[in-house]
Design a protein around this ligand. Structure first.
Ligand code: F6R
Length: 259
C-alpha cells in the first residue's frame, strides 16, 4: 500500500486527479470506479479543471460503487443523482457510459448479478476511486462483511446511517437501511485502488486500514491485499499513522520513472 500524505483536502484532490488523468491520457476509454460522498469531491473538482484544460473524457466509462435501496427514482440523495451531478455533468462524461446499480429494480438481487456482468463486459475497472467510512467500510461493505464478496445487498450500520444523516436534513429516519454495494472481491479486482480520505474523523479508520491486521472488522484492510493500492490522505486523516516518516520518505524519493 502506497501512502501519500499531503497538506489538505485540495492537495488530496490534486494528487488523485493527476493519477486519474494520467491513466485517461494513456487509456482514453479507461473504466473508472467512482465513489460518492464528500471525500472524492475535491478530486472531481480538480479533474474538472484538467478536462477544461483539454483532457478528452469522451470515451471514459464509469461504474459507481454503491446505491441506496428504497429511495424513489430521482431522489436527490440517490447515488444515481449524486453521480450524475458530481461526476457525469461535472466532468462531461457520456451518460450512456456511466453506470449505477439499480436500487429500485423489481428484482434487486438480480440487478446485483447484472451489475457484476456489466463490469466484466466493460473489461473490468481500471482504477477504483474509494472513500473510507469512519468505521472502516469501503463501498458499503460494513464491518463483518465478506472480504471476497461481490455486488449484493447489505444492511447499513447505525454508525454509517448516522454519518450520512447530514445528506438527509439530519433526519436519521430518512436514511435508507439497505444498499447495493460492490463487494470487496469486486473492488480488489480493479487495476488500481485509489483511496482518498480527509479530516480527523477518518484518522482511526485510516490507521487501522494501513497498519492494522487484515480483518472483516475493518473491511478497508482488505486493500492490503491489493497489488496497486494508493492511499492519499491529508494531515488530519494521517494523524494516527505510526509509520509516517517512512511513507514521507517513500513519497519524496520516488524514482522519476515510477507513476
Ligand atoms: C460512497 C461510499 C462510501 C463513502 C464513505 C465515506 O460511494 O462507498 O464508502 O466513501 O462512506 O463517505 P464520505 O466521503 O462522505 O465521508
Amino acid at each position: 500500500m502506497e501512502i501519500i500524505v499531503v497538506p489538505n483536502p485540495d492537495a488530496v484532490g490534486e494528487f488523485a486527479a493527476h493519477r486519474i488523468s494520467t491513466l485517461i491520457e494513456q487509456k482514453p476509454d479507461a473504466v473508472l470506479g467512482v465513489a460518492t460522498g464528500s471525500s472524492p469531491v475535491p478530486t472531481y473538482e480538480a479533474l474538472e479543471r484538467t478536462v477544461r484544460d483539454g483532457l478528452d473524457v469522451s470515451r471514459v466509462n464509469a461504474f459507481a460503487l454503491d446505491e441506496y435501496v428504497g429511495l424513489r427514482e430521482g431522489h436527490p440523495q440517490s447515488y444515481a443523482e449524486v453521480v450524475r451531478r458530481d461526476v457525469t455533468e461535472r466532468l462531461g462524461l457520456d451518460p450512456d457510459r456511466v453506470h449505477v446499480p439499480s436500487g429500485h429494480a423489481d428484482d434487486v438481487p438480480a440487478a446485483c448479478v447484472d451489475y457484476e456482468r456489466q463490469i466484466r463486459e466493460a473489461g473490468g475497472v481500471d482504477l477504483q476511486i474509494l472513500g473510507i467510512g469512519s468505521n472502516g467500510h469501503i463501498g458499503f461493505n460494513e464491518p463483518s462483511s465478506s472480504l471476497s464478496g461481490r455486488t449484493r445487498v447489505k444492511t447499513l450500520t447505525p454508525k454509517t446511517r448516522a454519518d450520512n444523516a447530514r445528506f438527509f436534513d439530519d433526519d436519521l429516519s430518512q436514511v435508507p437501511t439497505h444498499c447495493i454495494t460492490q463487494g470487496i472481491g469486486t473492488i480488489l479486482d480493479a487495476g488500481v485502488a485509489l483511496l482518498v480520505a480527509t479530516g480527523e474523523s477518518k484518522a482511526d479508520a485510516v490507521a487501522a486500514m494501513a497498519e492494522g491486521p487484515v480483518g472483516a472488522f475493518c473491511p478497508a484492510t482488505a486493500l492490503q491485499w491489493h497489488r496497486r493500492a494508493v492511499v492519499v490522505v491529508d494531515e488530519a486523516a494521517a494523524s494516527r499513522l505510526k509509520n509516517r516518516e517512512y511513507y514521507d520518505f517513500v513519497r519524496d524519493n520516488r524514482p522519476e520513472w515510477q507513476l
